[in-house]
Design a protein. Structure first.
Length: 461
């Protein structure tokens, strides 16, 4: 009887292991196939079994209507009449027009470009003899002669946004400007405009770096990049007022250390990348979303009793996030929040100290145990985000650009990429009109990216 029972247990264990091998083999084959289909659409996995009903919500959550509001009368550029026909198109009878007239509004793009001619006055000082030239506020440079014909500041600002924010290549930008606005532009000219814009925005980029150094919170992240076909890393740092980018050959936190210093004492919210641990003076909040995703993946792939551990991890982190949400809604006070922090840290230590027979679960438990004090900082300070989602969102645009045109061809292009992405993201964070800010900077007007007041650059006079 004992022998038969032992054989039955071994057969059951073998069946579970075989099922696990078959499942992992299928997942490996799927990953290998998807890696070879880079042109395939991005997938978020299988659709949900019970997706939310599309359309507007009922009741108080109905939301605002998306009707385009009518523009104020003072902003209307032209008034056009839509008269009745001379006769009824159906029977040919005479028409009697109503006294009331309906109004319809339309906002369109100007297809005709604005072509300016500047008559630059020049002369010399009668006292010192120095030569001087006039400068109009709409000029972007003092070039004359062969370089006298240029693209205007608004068009240059649009080129920067189309390239770095919309992800259009220089060839597509050239084609778009030609077809929509009749502006002739070569791909090389588009690339040079982007480089010159980055050069003029260096002071703003330095201002962003100074703001990050003083920021009470920083959310860093990084993604792969390429410069001239060689591997590199695009780093992003999201602060309370600004977002900074830099492209560096290394993934390590050396680039961040050069900006904020090794003695940074604020709060850092990041994933489990060990390079960020060097900032020993800072408070660290590990991103909760990363272990939750990992636990959900393990729950799908593990079998038998090995499923229990990832489920316990999911319940633990979701419970902590729920307590934080209860505090925000006024359902618990700071004392309960502090007690919850100590309780969840102890529960995580108890859970991860246990010996794990499954190697995958043991590796995951070791990672959680190593950062046990850093998972629940958001319970001590509810203003600290529980995830690094802000940095991941900041990387989405550049990642799309990387997938379209592969990175940057030169080091100068990579430097311009970092400067312009930093300015565009910070303008959005500051609720500044990015096209206006770029246009003003290109025309020689300097202003703090954190302050809307303008000053004329004396060097451009």
């Amino acid at each position: 009887m004992e022998r038969d029972r032992r054989i039955a247990e071994l057969e059951k264990s073998f069946a579970e292991l075989q099922a696990k091998v078959d499942r992992l083999t299928a997942l490996l084959e799927q990953a290998q196939r998807s890696g070879k289909r880079q042109s395939a659409p991005f997938s978020k996995g299988e659709p949900k079994d019970q997706p939310k009903t599309p359309g507007r919500k009922r009741g108080d959550q109905h939301g605002q209507h998306g009707h385009r509001p009518a523009p104020p009368d003072e902003t209307v550029d032209e008034v056009l009449e839509a008269p009745l026909p001379d006769a009824c198109p159906h029977c040919g009878g005479a028409l009697a027009e109503d006294e009331a007239v309906d109004e319809q509004f339309q906002t369109d793009i100007p297809l005709k470009p604005i072509r300016r001619k500047f008559r630059v006055h020049k002369g010399c000082c009668t006292q010192c003899g120095k030569r001087l030239r006039g400068r109009h506020p709409l000029q972007t440079s003092d070039a004359v002669g062969a370089a006298a014909s240029q693209v205007g500041p608004d068009a240059q600002a649009a080129i920067v946004v189309l390239n770095k924010q919309a992800g259009l290549s220089h060839g597509k930008i050239s084609d778009t400007l030609d077809k929509l606005f009749g502006i002739s532009l070569t791909r090389g000219a588009s690339a040079q405009i982007v480089l010159r814009a980055a050069d003029k925005l260096r002071p703003a980029h330095q201002e962003i770096r100074e703001s990050l150094k003083q920021s009470p919170q920083i959310i860093p992240d990084e993604t792969g990049w390429r410069i001239g076909g060689h591997p590199a890393w695009l780093h992003v740092w999201v602060g309370d007022q600004a977002t900074g980018y830099v492209i560096d050959p290394q993934r390590s936190a050396d680039a961040l250390e050069q900006v904020i210093g090794i003695d940074y004492s604020g709060t850092m919210i990041h994933d489990g990348f060990a390079s960020y641990d060097r900032f020993e003076e800072a408070l660290h909040q590990q991103c909760v979303a990363h272990p939750l995703r990992r636990a959900h993946d393990l729950e799908k792939t593990q079998t038998g009793r090995a499923k229990a551990f990832p489920r316990q991890v999911i319940d633990l982190f979701k419970g902590a996030c729920q307590v934080r949400d209860d505090f925000r809604w006024g359902q618990c006070d700071e004392a309960l929040l502090e007690a919850a922090h100590e309780r969840y840290v102890n529960q995580l230590l108890d859970l991860t100290e246990r010996r794990r027979t499954d190697k995958t679960n043991a590796t995951f438990a070791k990672h959680l145990y190593h950062h046990a004090e850093q998972w629940f900082l958001f319970l001590l300070d509810p203003t600290v985000p529980a995830t690094s989602n802000a940095a991941e969102r900041a990387l989405r645009g550049p990642i799309v650009n990387r997938k379209v045109w592969g990175g940057n061809r030169t080091a100068a292009g990579a430097n311009a990429q970092a400067i312009l992405c930093s300015v565009l993201a910070t303008c959005k964070q500051q609720s500044r009109a990015v096209l206006r800010y770029l246009s003003e900077t290109l025309r020689g007007f300097t202003s703090s990216i954190f302050n809307a007041s303008l000053q004329t650059n004396p060097a451009c006079r």
